[in-house]
Design a protein around this ligand. Structure first.
Ligand SMILES: Nc1ncnc2c1ncn2[C@@H]1O[C@H](COP(=O)(O)OP(=O)(O)OP(=O)(O)O)[C@@H](O)[C@H]1O
Length: 236
């Protein structure tokens, strides 16, 4: 009798575990950035030729590739700023996009940009925005107009604006261009912290430089992505 009960309990437990594991996988599936068979041409220049990619929550991914290989084109499509000729992109909703070239108003101050984006993102306060100024060490420029700031400081604001609403997916196109070394290190700490809090982070990066920092790495070449390792990129 006791054995029968125990066996019964064990099989119930196994079934429960299977159900939980299935729901965990379904949840993970619905939270993942999924890219399927993306193609993009400019005239007869076929830049992307069938891009496939999955980026789950809590993953710091990188795309490396030569100049002109199509990295920014890919990120612009993922961010919804450019239409692909073919293929699909899906993600759970809410993203932060840091474009390669800043899109800031030179006559506005740093603070005014934060307030403008606070309204756009419908944020109750600017706590995270100010925290990002601290982390990226440019609080002292809060009341300066953008036109009077160095390119590196403008890039810091560009990044802070992409992160301040704490979205589940971050698409960062060479986000540390012009950063000094200390801020560059801070950027990677920030990216790791976002990953550890379950965000999906995709960074376009320069070959053989920061690639050991990624959980997943792809090489963009000939219009296609190949999963690769830091060692393969350095050696290749
Ligand atoms: N709007 C456009 N019209 C025509 N050609 C374009 C356009 N945008 C990009 N290209 C071309 O598409 C190719 C890929 O450009 P893209 O900027 O995506 O590459 P990238 O890998 O990001 O380059 P980089 O490392 O120099 O930033 C390049 O040959 C570029 O000249």
């Amino acid at each position: 009798m006791f054995n029968t009960l125990c066996n019964h309990d064990r099989s119930d437990l196994r079934r429960l575990r299977e159900i939980l594991e299935r729901s965990r996988l379904n949840l993970l599936d619905s939270l993942t950035l999924r890219v399927h068979d993306l193609h993009k041409s400019y005239g007869d220049h076929h830049v992307l030729r069938g891009i496939h990619m999955d980026l789950p929550p809590g993953c710091l991914g990188g795309v490396v590739g030569e100049n002109g290989s199509g990295k920014s084109t890919l990120l612009q499509i993922l961010a919804g700023q450019l239409s692909p000729d073919r293929g699909t992109v899906s993600y759970p909703g809410g993203l932060g996009y840091c474009p390669q070239h800043t899109v800031l108003n030179p006559t506005f101050t740093v603070d005014q940009h934060l307030r403008f984006f606070q309204v756009a993102y419908d944020l109750p306060d600017l706590r995270r925005g100010w925290e990002l100024l601290e982390i990226l060490s440019f609080t002292e420029y809060r009341h300066h107009r953008i036109g009077a700031l160095s390119e590196g400081t403008q890039q810091k604001l560009n990044l802070a604006l992409a992160l301040m609403h704490d979205p589940p997916l971050l698409l960062l196109d060479e986000p540390y261009q012009g950063f000094d070394w200390k801020t560059y290190e801070r950027f990677w700490e920030l990216a790791a912290e976002l990953r550890d809090r379950g965000r999906s982070v995709l960074v376009i990066s320069h070959i053989a430089f920061d690639i050991a920092r990624f959980d997943r790495l792809w090489h963009l070449d000939g219009g296609r992505l190949t999963p690769t390792s830091a060692d393969a990129v350095k050696d290749g």
